[in-house]
Design a protein around this ligand. Structure first.
Ligand code: NAD
Length: 259
């Protein structure tokens, strides 16, 4: 299996894209540490991954706290002996335009969606250097390449994730650590379920979301997890600093939907 012998960390590993990435990489033979702020979600994630009990472990940590990121990496090394792969996936969706966004929302969004990924990388990179190579996969969004109304902090954090990817790729290439970024379109996860619940007509919103994507539907989490596993693996050995859009064609049509 192509990830046999590799140790991966997945932040936000308890749900959605993080859980699917954990599953895809464990299926390919990796040992995976799920890092998540929710202990309850980690418990149910572990139950859903019962076929991989020897390969999957978890640690409760808030990636917006430096001490937690260091502890998460230390726990991974104690549990599995090394770190080869880091998937910077944990994220929160926040809303607001430049005026309605509060300082608290701005800071929280940046601390989780941006600073947390730098801090996890800062803690994990020395372990990758000991192995002589590594792979970091950052999860940004189509909102890192374009924007929509009322998401000023979220979209800014996702654009910055692309800057973080390129900057780390340049700094780390000579040391054989590859850094790539995935920009998903809409994915069927608890995050999106939460967004839909905010709408007065979630069913109608779901139809709009499906139609917005030229493939006619939103993604399943495993469709992002498969790309994560590929970028993490040696099959992507000549890729670094790449921004990979996985969006069912969402960003392709000029001036919106092709219809
Ligand atoms: N779902 C989508 O449509 C979509 C689209 C584009 C990008 N993304 C991005 O993909 C990533 C995953 O999204 P998802 O939809 O799977 O989200 P989700 O809400 O379903 O899962 C996110 C996980 O991250 C954890 N988390 C949140 N804050 C944390 C923190 N401070 N420390 C540790 N863990 C924390 C949550 O507990 C949760 O388990 C996010 O960065 C999100 O912005 C999602």
């Amino acid at each position: 299996m192509e990830l046999s012998g590799k140790v991966a960390i997945v932040t936000g590993g308890a749900k959605g894209i993080g859980l699917a990435s954990t599953q895809c990489m464990a299926r390919l033979g990796a040992k995976v540490m799920m890092v998540d702020v929710s202990a309850v979600a980690l418990e149910s994630a572990k139950q859903s991954l019962s076929e991989f009990t020897d390969r999957v472990a978890s640690v409760t940590a808030d990636i917006s706290r430096m001490a937690d990121t260091e502890r998460a990496v230390r726990s991974t090394v104690e549990c599995f002996g090394a770190v080869d792969i880091l998937v910077n996936n944990a994220g929160i969706q926040t809303f607001g335009d430049p005026v309605t966004t509060t300082e608290e929302v701005w800071d929280r969004t940046m601390n989780v969606n941006l600073k947390g990924h730098w801090m996890m990388s800062k803690a994990a990179i020395p372990e990758m250097l000991k192995r002589g190579k590594g792979s970091i996969v950052n999860i940004s969004s189509v909102q890192g390449l374009a924007s929509q109304r009322n998401v000023v902090a979220y979209s800014t954090s996702k654009h910055a994730m692309i800057g973080l990817t390129r900057s780390m790729a340049v700094d780390l290439a000579s040391r054989q650590i590859r850094v790539n970024c995935i920009c998903p379109g809409t994915v069927n996860t608890p995050l999106i379920e939460g967004v839909m619940r905010l709408d007065s007509d979630p069913e109608h919103l779901r139809k709009i979301l499906d139609k917005m994507h030229p493939l006619g539907r939103i993604a399943e989490p495993s469709e992002i997890g498969e790309v994560v596993a590929f970028l993490a693996s040696d099959r992507a050995s000549f890729m670094t600093g790449s921004i990979v859009t996985v969006d069912g064609g969402l960003l392709v049509p000029i001036a919106g939907s092709p219809e």
